[in-house]
Ligand binder design. Sequence first.
Ligand code: ZN
Length: 281
Amino acid sequence: MRVKKQKRHRKAVRFYTACFGFREPFKVLCDGTFVHHLLLNKITPADIALANALGGPVKIFTTRCVLGELRSLGDSYAESLNAARNLLTARCDHEKRKSAVSCITDVIGENNSEHFFVATQDAELRKKFQKVPGVPLIYGLRNALFLEQPSAFQHQFVRSAEEDRSHMTDLEYKLLNVKKKNVAFEEAKDSSDANEDKNDGTLTVQAIQTNFRKKRDLKDTVQFKRKRAKGPNPLSCKKKKPCDNTNNAASVKGRKLFNNPPSISFPFPVVITYASLAWYA
Ligand SMILES: [Zn+2]
C-alpha cells in the first residue's frame, strides 16, 4: 500500500516538473493549519518528512501574514508559531496583515510563477487552488503526508496549452498574410517591369517583412550550396617545377653524396664462384 502511494506521489511530481517547470529543491509554502498538524502528529523533522513525500530535497516557506495569524490565535498555537518562525519567509508585500488564505492566494497569483507546493489542512483552500494551473497541494492525514493528484482542470490546461503551441498565433497569421501579399506584388511587379514607382503601401509592407525576417531570421527561398572543387583539377596539371632554392639544395646534397659515396652492403654474403666468373668471361 505504501509503495503504491509513493508511486502516485512520484507520478504527480513528474507531472508538475514536466509540465510546469518545478525543480529541486522543491519549495513548500505552509499555512498555520499545516504547521500545527505537523506538530500535533509529531511529523518531525518536517523537511525530511516532506522530502520523503515528494522524492527530493525541499525548502519550507511561510509568510509574514501566516505568522501574524498564528500569533493572533493565542497560547494554544504558541508552539506552532515558534516552529513557523524557523521557516523561510516568502515575500508577500502586504504592509497590513491579511488573512493567511488571502495572503497565500496572492503569493500564488494567477499561475504560481514561483513554483510553490501549497501545504494546508484547509480543504476549501485546496479546492480553490485546484482551479489554478500548476499548484500542487499537500495535506496531512493523521501521521502521513499526501500529495494530491493533479486536478482535471490542470490536466485540461496542459492539454490546451500544448494544442495552442502547435497552432499559429494571430500575429504569425497576420505576418503570413502580409508576406503572401508581398510575394504576389513582387511577381506582378516583375512582369510589368515597374521598378521605379513604388508606392508607400508597398514600402510599409516591405518594412514589415524585413523586420519580420530580421526577427525570425527567415529566408525567402531555399538556398542550395553546391560543393565545388577549389582550384584546377590536379590530374590535368603538370607537376610544379621545383624552384631554384630547392635545386641548389639538391645539388649540394648530390655533391655531398658524391664526395662521400655510401658504402654498399649486402644483406647476404656474396660468394663469387668459379662458374660465374667463367660465365662472365
Ligand atoms: Zn501577506
